[in-house]
Design a protein around this ligand. Structure first.
Ligand code: ARG
Ligand code: ZN
Length: 417
């Protein structure tokens, strides 16, 4: 907590600001680039526009300057979160030994070290169903493990890929990957949907695609998004891994400026995390039918394209799938998810993993943005993990079952004589 000149106490805050005029838009763009703030929404100052909410993390030491500036230009703001530090503290507290805590392992956030430990234990405890595969390493040389869930050796079995944690600060995302694996192992044979899915396809789960960034959010800066690679000729660190894939790479919606949050990197697949995933998918592209990437926040079910406004060849098929998923979430959990192609639903964002996987031939390719819609943003409290994950799980099941149905080999008709 800092004391300002006027003696009032200030601390870090998240502000919600809706600019009403072009002048206010320009001021906000300035504030989010000139001051030590972190833009939560939209992802880049470029997208700030009139009548659209901006979510801005303002650290204590910039608080007074920023608020003065807003006031001077008659820009009203609302404090979205007055005590993010308390929330951050709550989410990183190691309460696994706290007897008062009733939450399970899967209803808490876990450090990278914990997640590596969990990967190991999950494979050891389920030798017949789980195998950890090393697919590469991160910039800082951390291993990238994919868990392969496979309950039988049916010939010509297809597969689904799920990755989490491509953006470091989206903590609900790795939490979902852990949730999904745990759910699959716990309810195989007792829940009909997951049984049906696992009987018919293997699932590859990458719990943390960006381990260096994730680690950094636990130790140093909770708001970090990119990876941690260092490039020549700049002090700024990190590439946005979801702009680094080879899909209309670094066109509108990405930036070649290393200091931005949407820096596309030096060239497509310049990052070792991107390379590891792209290589694995290239090798397995004929068996992987579904590609799924988990992000937060804003509650959206997206599909290609994000790198162009053009429609994907099976646009209506994909649209129907996410529509059904969103309707089920609405019915079961009374929560709304927007859905559609990425470029039309949020913004142009080239170089994304979903578009790249789609162009590789994985025709059922999706990006989910999980809870919430901005109340807590990236700081979704642990008590919300189970709801957020169950909603996403329902969407995954809906899509996987639909793909199963669509691609089932036609049963050979009984022989007639
Ligand atoms: N919020 C995500 C991002 O900015 C959206 C991802 C949608 N898909 C995409 N290829 N951009 O990266
Ligand atoms: Zn993201």
């Amino acid at each position: 907590m800092l004391k300002t000149a006027h003696g009032t106490e200030t601390q870090d805050q998240i502000l919600s600001i809706t600019p009403k005029t072009q002048e206010q838009v320009d001021i906000l763009k300035n504030v989010s680039t000139q001051y030590e703030t972190a833009l939560w929404q939209p992802v880049s100052p470029h997208y700030i526009k009139e009548e659209t909410q901006v979510h801005l993390f303002v650290p204590a030491n910039s608080s007074e300057t920023v608020k003065d500036l807003l006031q001077r230009h008659a820009i009203t703001h609302e404090v979205l979160l007055a005590n993010p530090n308390e929330l951050i503290e709550m989410q990183t507290r190691n309460d696994s030994t706290d007897p008062r805590s009733s939450s399970t392992y899967y209803e808490r956030y876990h450090s990278l070290e914990d997640i590596y430990f969990w990967i190991n234990r999950t494979q050891q405890d389920n030798p017949d169903k789980v195998k950890a595969i090393l697919i590469g390493s991160s910039y800082e040389k951390r291993p990238l493990y994919v868990l392969k869930l496979s309950v039988n050796n049916r010939p010509n079995k297809k597969a689904m890929w799920i990755d989490c944690g491509i953006h470091a600060r989206e903590w609900i995302s790795p939490a979902f990957c852990l949730w999904f694996v745990h759910y699959s192992l716990s309810f195989y044979k007792s829940n009909q949907d997951i049984t049906n899915i696992l009987d018919n396809m293997d699932v590859y789960v990458l719990p943390v695609l960006n381990p260096d960034g994730y680690h950094y959010t636990w130790t140093t800066n909770r708001m970090w998004r990119k990876n941690r690679s260092i490039s020549r000729n700049t002090k700024c660190i990190g590439v946005d891994l979801n702009r680094n894939f080879d899909a209309n790479w670094c066109t509108e919606g990405a930036s070649d400026e290393p200091c931005t949050e949407i820096y596309c990197g030096a060239f497509p697949e310049s990052e070792s995390e991107t390379q590891a995933v792209a290589n694995f998918l290239r090798i397995h592209k004929d068996i992987i039918q579904i590609y799924l990437s988990i992000h937060s926040y804003s509650q959206m079910l997206l599909f290609p394209y994000s790198c162009t406004l053009e429609e994907a060849e099976n646009h209506s098929e994909l649209f129907e799938m996410v529509q059904e998923a969103a309707q089920k979430i609405k019915r079961h959990y009374r929560n709304s998810y927007r859905y559609g192609s990425g470029a039309k639903t949020i913004y142009l964002a080239p170089g994304g993993s979903d578009d790249w996987a789609y162009n590789l031939g994985i025709k059922y390719s999706f990006t989910f943005e999980l809870q919430d819609r901005g109340r807590y943003g990236f700081l979704l409290p642990p008590s919300h993990i189970s709801r957020a994950c169950n909603e996403a799980l329902l969407a995954v099941k809906t899509i996987a079952l639909k793909v199963n149905e669509k691609t089932k080999a036609p049963t050979t008709p009984a022989q007639t004589i």
